[in-house]
Design a protein around this ligand. Structure first.
Ligand code: ATR
Length: 273
């Protein structure tokens, strides 16, 4: 019988996950399919019951359900518990197990470049769901300190507490001042949605240097304003699409138990931009 996978969230119509996973299934000739299912906030419990009824094999979870989904899981993977949010679920006979592949997905492009994070200082811009996975990832890699800048101070303070819980030094920084002190950080990570669809840059970039590593998790467009400007300053660039691809590959491997076809996924992804 065909096994069906899904991505749940709202909005969902521009998600690239169905294209990515369906390309992998076709490439490996697996009798599997992947659909997008829009679930508005508040409808999650009923919708999950429906997914169980149709015997969904597994699903990805995106905004706004990554945290809420946790209470509907029967089992929680270690990494997922640490982050407090899930993006990948496996259904085994009605029992749901949650994983979080954003942590691995975030770190993968850093590891591919052989960059050692140990003892480094990080400027993290943003304090939403994505920021939590990034903090957990950097905590695994033993960074020295994560400075968090965000439009809403209260949300940043929450992330500061979260980082400290994971044993990493952390403090809040005013978003308006973050650009000025850019040169004192090895990593500058944008985890806000600023830059999406070509709109804006989250911080001023004039103090970014050749020693900076600028990682923008926004992947649409591929070259955000932040990336363009950081490139002009000579920084090392890590693209949002690399994280998107790595987290999708990890989800695929959890579900299918085989290596995900990197080239097929990458071509599908970049062909869509
Ligand atoms: P995600 O799960 O993708 O992280 P989110 O939880 O909605 O999404 O978080 C979005 C992030 O982008 C937040 O850090 C948000 O800042 P606030 O905490 O102040 O809301 C940030 N963000 C969104 N639009 C922004 C804007 N126009 N200027 C600055 N920050 C913005």
């Amino acid at each position: 019988m065909t096994r069906t996978y899904a991505i749940i969230g709202d909005p969902i119509d521009h998600s690239l996950s169905p294209a990515l996973h369906n390309a992998s299934f076709a490439f490996l000739r697996l009798d599997c399919t992947y659909i997008a299912y829009r679930i508005p906030r508040g409808d999650l419990t009923a919708a999950i019951a429906d997914l169980k009824k149709i015997g969904i094999a597994g699903f990805n979870v995106t905004i706004p359900h990554k945290v809420d989904m946790m209470r509907l899981l029967d089992e929680i993977d270690e990494e997922c518990r640490k982050v407090g949010a899930t993006n990948t679920v496996v259904n085994t006979d009605g029992k749901l197990k949650g994983y979080n592949t954003d942590v691995c997905g975030f770190l993968d492009p850093i590891r591919k470049r052989n960059i050692d994070c140990t003892g480094t200082d990080v400027l993290l811009v943003g304090a939403g769901g994505a920021a939590r996975a990034i903090i957990a990832g950097f905590a695994n890699e033993k960074v020295r300190k994560i400075t968090i800048a965000n439009r809403t101070q209260q949300r940043a303070e929450e992330m500061v507490r979260f980082a400290k819980q994971l044993g990493v030094e952390s403090e809040y920084m005013d978003l308006a001042k973050a650009g000025d002190s850019a040169s004192s950080f090895r990593f500058i990570v944008n985890a806000t949605s600023v830059g999406l669809k070509g709109m804006g840059c989250p911080i001023s970039t004039r103090n970014i240097t050749r020693d900076s590593i600028v990682y923008d998790i926004v992947y649409m467009p591929v070259e955000t304003q932040l990336i363009q400007q950081a490139k002009e300053q000579g920084a090392t660039i890590i693209y949002g699409w690399e994280m998107l691809l790595a987290q999708a590959m990890r989800s695929f491997e959890i579900w299918i138990g085989k290596p995900a076809p990197y080239e097929a996924m990458k071509l599908t992804l970049l062909g869509r931009f």
